[in-house]
Design a protein around this ligand. Structure first.
Ligand SMILES: [Fe+2]
Length: 451
C-alpha cells in the first residue's frame, strides 16, 4: 500500500514536471459555438448577420431570435432561421464556420439571439436594431489592431467598449490582424470575446487582410467573408463586402477598400467611380468614408501623392465630413487648411489612428493639427442633428483629441476644436525601432517641430 502511494506520487510529480503552464486558453473548437461575431449586413434597421465556429463535424447552422424579454423564457416568441456552413481551413486547426442572417426585424427594437445546431447552443446575446429615421447615435472607431493582439491590442477593444457600451457599433479601418491566419484571428477573438456578439462590428480591409505568398499575386483573406458579413452593394461582386456602404440614422458610411485601389489601376478606377456615385446619391445629411490607406500620410516615408490626389478630388467634391483611416500607426487629425481650426467649410476632417501596439514615427511634412506617436488610442464619434461630436482617447481612458462639426441649413460645416485640447500635451516621442527611418536632417526637423 505504502509502495503504491509512493508510485502514485512519483507518477504525478513526473507529469507535473513536464506539464506546461498554459500560455493561452484552449482555442480548439468544440461542439458548442464560439467566436460569435455580429455584423451589419444590410439595412441596419431590419437585419443583422452572425457568424460563429464549431468542430468540423458540426454541419448544422441555426439561429434563434426574439424581442428581448426580461423573463428567462426567451423561447416563447422566437423565430428560427437556418444558416450556412463552410469549413475553416487553416494549418493545424480545422473547424466549421457558421453563418446566419436575421432579416425582417423591427426598427428600434432590442432582440435576444442565440446560435447553434439545434441542440448545442451559444448563450443568448442581445442587440438593438437601429431606427429607420435620422436619430442621434454614436459609434467607436479603431485604428490598426494588428499585432500582439492578446497582449496589448485587447485593452483598446475592451477599454473602448467599457467606456462606451451604448455605442451602436465598432468600426475597424483595416489591419485587424497582421496575417489572416488562425494564430492571429484567435488572438483577435480572445481580445473582444463576447463583446463581438453584442456590439456589431464594421470593417474595411487593410493591406494585411491580403496575403502575399512569395513570388505570387496578392490574394484576399479567405477568412474575411467567413467571419464578417457586410453589405453587397459595391461596384461588382468581386468588391462585395470590402467596398460597400450603409445608411445609419442619417449618416452614410462608406467603406473603400484602398489596398484594392493600390493593387490594380483598373480596379482603382472602378472603386473611385463607384465612390463618386455613392456620394452623389447620398440622401443623408452626413457622410463618413472609412478606408485603410491615409489620404494624407502621417508617418515617415509613406506619402502616396497619386492616391491622395485622386481620393481628395472626390472627397472634397462632395464635402465628405469625416475620413477615418489607419495604416500609418500614428495618430493625426486635420484638414490641411492654412487656417485650420477656424473655418473648415466643406473640407473633410481626415483622421488616422492606431489601436494596437505597432508604432511608427510621425512625418515632418506636417499637415495636421493634432498628432500622437507611440500611443494606443480609440475614438468615440456621435451624431445629433446638425452636430458631429468627435473624441479620441488613449487606452488609459484619457481624452486626447476633441472637436465638433456643426452643419448649417445650407449643409456647410463649421469646425470647432475643443478648448480642452490645448491643455493636453502632444505625445510625440519617436517609438523605439522607428528612429532609423530618420536621417540627421529629418531628426533635426522632427525635434524643431515637436520638442
Ligand atoms: Fe497596419
Amino acid at each position: 500500500m505504502k509502495n503504491l502511494l509512493l508510485l502514485t506520487l512519483i507518477v504525478f510529480s513526473f507529469f507535473g514536471l513536464f506539464a506546461q503552464e498554459p500560455q493561452f486558453a484552449n482555442f480548439s473548437p468544440t461542439i458548442f459555438p464560439d467566436r460569435v461575431m455580429l455584423t451589419i449586413s444590410g439595412n441596419p434597421a431590419t437585419s443583422r448577420a452572425v457568424s460563429w465556429r464549431t468542430v468540423l463535424e458540426n454541419k448544422v447552422s441555426v439561429g434563434e431570435i426574439a424581442p428581448v424579454n426580461a423573463s428567462p423564457q426567451q423561447e416563447q416568441k422566437k423565430l428560427v432561421v437556418n444558416g450556412t456552413v463552410a469549413p475553416w481551413e487553416e494549418g493545424s486547426t480545422s473547424s466549421m464556420g457558421h453563418k446566419v442572417i436575421f432579416d425582417n426585424l423591427k426598427p428600434n427594437t432590442k432582440y435576444a439571439y442565440r446560435v447553434g445546431d439545434g441542440k448545442n447552443w451559444s448563450e443568448w446575446f442581445q442587440f438593438e436594431t437601429s431606427s429607420d429615421k435620422t436619430e442621434p447615435f454614436s459609434f467607436i472607431y479603431h485604428g490598426d489592431v494588428q499585432n500582439d493582439i492578446k497582449s496589448l491590442g485587447s485593452r483598446a477593444i475592451r477599454q473602448a467598449y467599457s467606456h462606451f457600451p451604448e455605442a451602436d457599433f465598432m468600426l475597424f479601418v483595416g489591419d485587424l490582424v497582421s496575417r489572416s491566419n488562425e494564430e492571429y484571428w484567435r488572438e483577435f477573438f480572445y481580445a473582444g470575446s463576447w463583446i463581438y456578439g453584442m456590439m456589431p462590428s464594421i470593417a474595411t480591409p487593410g493591406n494585411h487582410e491580403y496575403d502575399k505568398p512569395e513570388n505570387q499575386p496578392r490574394t484576399f483573406s479567405k477568412h474575411w467573408k467567413q467571419i464578417y458579413t457586410f453589405p453587397t452593394n459595391g461596384p461588382a461582386e468581386k468588391f462585395h463586402q470590402r467596398t460597400y456602404y450603409f445608411d445609419y440614422q442619417g449618416v452614410r458610411f462608406i467603406s473603400v477598400d484602398s489596398p484594392a485601389i493600390g493593387e490594380s489601376s483598373e480596379d482603382g478606377a472602378i472603386i473611385m467611380n463607384w465612390l463618386d456615385q455613392t456620394l452623389a446619391s447620398n440622401p443623408t445629411q452626413w457622410s463618413v468614408v472609412f478606408t485603410h490607406y491615409p489620404v494624407y500620410s502621417c508617418s515617415q516615408g509613406r506619402d502616396n501623392e497619386k492616391y491622395r490626389d485622386a481620393m481628395k478630388a472626390i472627397l472634397e467634391k462632395f464635402g465628405v465630413d469625416l475620413v477615418l483611416q489607419g495604416h500609418d500607426h500614428t495618430y493625426c487629425r486635420g484638414q490641411n487648411l492654412p487656417n485650420a481650426g477656424t473655418n473648415a467649410k466643406n473640407n473633410p476632417v481626415y483622421v488616422v489612428s492606431v489601436s494596437g501596439p505597432k508604432m511608427y514615427g510621425l512625418n515632418t511634412s506636417f499637415w495636421s493639427d493634432r498628432v500622437a506617436s507611440n500611443t494606443q488610442l480609440y475614438q468615440h464619434i456621435s451624431f445629433s442633428g446638425s452636430v458631429l461630436n468627435y473624441q479620441s482617447f488613449t487606452v488609459a481612458g484619457d481624452l486626447y483629441d476633441e472637436f465638433q462639426i456643426v452643419k448649417n441649413k445650407k449643409g456647410e460645416n463649421r469646425f470647432i476644436e475643443s478648448k480642452k485640447i490645448g491643455q493636453i500635451k502632444q505625445r510625440t516621442e519617436i517609438p523605439s525601432g522607428a528612429r532609423e527611418k530618420y536621417n540627421e536632417e529629418e531628426l533635426k526637423k522632427y525635434q524643431q517641430k515637436f520638442q
